[in-house]
Write a protein that binds this ligand. Structure first.
Ligand code: NDP
Length: 478
C-alpha cells in the first residue's frame, strides 16, 4: 500500500485537481462551485492576524529551566525547588518595530519566558533591561505612541520620543541603557533578561518576600555600534532569527544563569527608594544576587506562526509560591497582556497547543468563539459552581498571604519623593571613556531633526545626572 498522503479539502474530501480551476471553457470564466479554489483564496485572505502593538517582531525557542540552588525558604513553587527541571518557551523581540522591521535595530528587547510547571504556567514577561521608561501605567499608551508612527507622516518621530522623554524624567534610566552599548545586542543570546518588575515569592509558612528575577547570559555580552548595525542590516534584516535558529540547529545551546534578589517586607518598609518603582533597580550591594539555576534553549519550533506568533505570554500567569507586588506597571500589565491575547487570538488562546499548560486544566468557562476544548470541568453536568456533581473545586493551599497595601486609594504624584537621577548616575559612572563616548554619539544621532528647545530640555536632565553627561551630548550636537 502506498504511504502517499491524499490532498483533501479542510473537510477531508479528496481534491481531484489542485492545478486547474473549474472553468466554463478553456478560456474561462471560472465556476463559483469550485470550492477548492474558493477555500484556497479565502484562507489566503485570513493568513495574517493582528500583529502585536508592541513587541511585534520576535524570535523564539524551547528549552529547560534547571534549579540548582535551595530557595525553599522563600518559595513553595515546585518549579523553583532544588533539582526541578521545567520545560519552557522563550520569545525575544524588539519593542517598537513592526513585524517586517530589521532585527539589528537599537531598541529595548523583550525577554518573555513561559514555564510549563506542574502547577500551571508561570510566565515571566521581561526585557533585556532591568528598568522601564515609565513607572505609572497611566503613561504607558502615550509612551508607546511616541515609539510608533506619526499619524500624518506615517514615519517614526524622533521629536515625539524626545519630547515625551524630556518631559518624563523617570525615563532617564532606561534611555541611558537604551543609548548605551547594551541598547543594541548582536543576538538574543548575547543579552541578559530581567523580570524587571518586582514580584513576590511566598513560602509554605505563608511568608512573602519581594523578588527581582535575573537571567544573565553565559554567552557574554556582545553589541553592535550604530555604524556596525547599518552594515549588518544592509546584509540581512533577519540576523536574530538566523542566529537563534542556527545556533540551536547546530546544537550550540545558549544558556543563562538564573539569579534572584530578595527583599523582606520589613526591608521594603525602610528602603530609601520605592522598591516597586519600575524605573529603579535594587542595588546589588544592598540586595545581593542569589544563584538559583540555569536556563538553556535547545529546541526550535516546528512552525513559527503556530508556536511563536501565537505564543501568548502574560504576567498574570503565576503559580502557587510566586505572585505579584504593588508595582503599578505590573498590575496594569496583568490586565493588558491577557487582554491583548484575547483580541489577537480569541478568548481560548490559553488552549492553543503552545500556550496550553502541561498539567491538568479544569475550569467552568463556557463556549465562545473557536472553542475546541468542550466542557473543561471534566464532567458534563458540572457547568456551574458550586455543584453537587463532583465538579472541580478550589484548592485552599494556593491561597497566597495577604498583599501588603501601602496607603489609601488616591492619585499620588509619582514625581514626588522620587529621585530620577542617582541610579542613571551610578550607571553612567560605571561606563569607561569609550562607553561614554558611544553613549553621547548614539544620543546625538537619535536627536537628529529634533527642535532645539526639546534637545535643551533633555540636556538639562542629562546635566542633573552628571555634568559630563550633558556636556558630552551637547559637544556631539555641535
Ligand atoms: P553594581 O556595580 O553592583 O552593578 C552594576 C551592574 O550594572 C552590573 O552587575 C551589570 O548588571 C550592570 N552593568 C555593567 N555594565 C553595564 C553596562 N555597560 N550597561 C548596562 N548595565 C551594565 O551596582 P548597582 O547594583 O548599584 O547598580 C548600578 C547601576 O547599574 C544601576 O543604577 C543600574 O543602572 C545598573 N544595573 C544594575 C542592575 C541591578 O540589578 N542592580 C542590573 C543591571 C544594571 P548585570 O550583572 O545584570 O549585567
Amino acid at each position: 500500500m502506498s504511504d502517499k498522503k491524499i490532498l483533501t479539502t479542510t473537510a477531508g474530501a479528496p481534491v481531484p485537481d489542485n492545478q486547474n480551476s473549474l472553468s466554463a471553457g478553456e478560456r474561462g470564466p471560472v465556476l463559483l462551485q469550485d470550492y477548492q479554489l474558493l477555500e484556497k483564496l479565502a484562507h489566503q485572505n485570513r493568513e495574517r492576524i493582528p500583529e502585536r502593538v508592541v513587541h511585534a517582531k520576535g524570535w523564539g525557542a524551547y528549552g529547560t529551566l534547571k534549579i540548582t540552588g535551595d530557595i525553599s525558604k522563600y518559595t513553595k513553587a515546585k518549579a523553583l525547588q532544588k533539582g526541578a527541571k521545567t520545560p519552557m518557551l522563550a520569545r525575544f523581540s524588539t519593542v517598537a518595530g513592526e513585524q517586517g522591521a530589521a532585527d539589528a535595530e537599537r531598541d529595548v528587547r523583550g525577554f518573555a519566558l513561559k514555564f510549563y510547571t506542574e502547577e500551571g504556567n508561570w510566565d515571566l514577561v521581561g526585557n533585556n533591561t532591568p528598568v522601564f521608561f515609565v513607572r505609572d501605567p497611566m503613561k504607558f499608551p502615550d509612551c508607546i505612541h511616541t515609539q510608533k508612527r506619526h499619524p500624518k507622516t506615517n514615519l517614526r518621530s524622533a521629536t515625539a520620543m524626545w519630547d515625551f522623554w524630556s518631559l518624563s524624567p523617570e525615563s532617564l534610566h532606561q534611555v541611558t541603557i537604551l543609548m548605551s552599548d547594551r541598547g543594541l545586542p548582536v543576538s538574543p543570546m548575547h543579552m541578559n533578561g530581567y523580570g524587571s518588575h518586582t514580584y513576590s515569592l511566598w513560602n509554605d509558612k505563608g511568608e512573602r518576600y519581594w523578588v527581582k528575577f535575573h537571567f544573565k547570559t553565559l554567552q557574554e555580552h556582545k553589541h553592535y555600534t550604530n555604524s556596525q548595525s547599518e552594515g549588518v542590516i544592509g546584509q540581512s534584516r533577519e540576523t536574530y532569527q538566523e542566529a537563534l535558529f542556527g545556533t540551536i540547529e547546530n546544537e550550540e545551546f545558549p544558556r543563562w544563569s538564573f539569579q534572584i534578589q530578595v527583599m523582606s517586607e520589613a526591608q521594603a518598609e525602610c528602603a530609601d527608594f520605592n522598591p516597586f518603582d519600575l524605573t529603579k533597580v535594587w542595588p546589588h550591594g544592598d540586595y545581593p544576587m542569589i544563584e538559583v539555576g540555569e536556563m538553556q534553549l535547545n529546541r526550535n519550533p516546528e512552525n513559527y506562526f503556530a508556536e511563536i506568533e501565537q505564543a501568548a505570554f502574560s504576567p498574570s500567569n503565576v503559580v502557587p509560591g510566586i505572585s505579584f507586588s504593588p508595582d503599578k506597571m505590573l498590575q496594569a500589565r496583568i490586565f493588558s497582556y491577557a487582554d491583548a491575547h484575547r483580541y489577537r487570538l480569541g478568548p481560548h488562546y490559553e488552549a492553543l497547543p503552545v500556550n496550553a499548560p502541561k498539567c491538568p486544566v479544569h475550569h467552568y468557562h463556557k463556549d465562545g468563539s473557536m472553542n475546541f476544548t468542550g466542557q473543561m470541568s471534566g464532567n458534563v453536568d458540572a457547568y456551574y459552581e458550586p455543584n453537587s456533581v463532583n465538579g472541580p473545586v478550589e484548592e485552599k493551599s494556593a491561597l497566597e498571604p495577604e498583599l501588603r497595601i501601602y496607603g489609601n486609594g488616591a492619585r499620588y504624584d509619582h514625581r514626588v519623593r522620587n529621585d530620577d537621577f542617582s541610579q542613571p548616575r551610578a550607571l553612567f559612572e560605571l561606563f569607561d571613556e569609550g562607553q561614554k563616548s558611544r553613549l553621547f554619539d548614539n544620543i546625538a544621532a537619535a536627536m537628529s531633526g529634533v527642535k532645539s528647545e526639546i534637545i535643551e530640555r533633555q540636556c538639562k536632565l542629562f546635566d542633573q545626572i552628571h555634568k559630563d553627561y550633558g556636556a558630552g551630548v551637547r559637544a556631539r550636537l555641535k
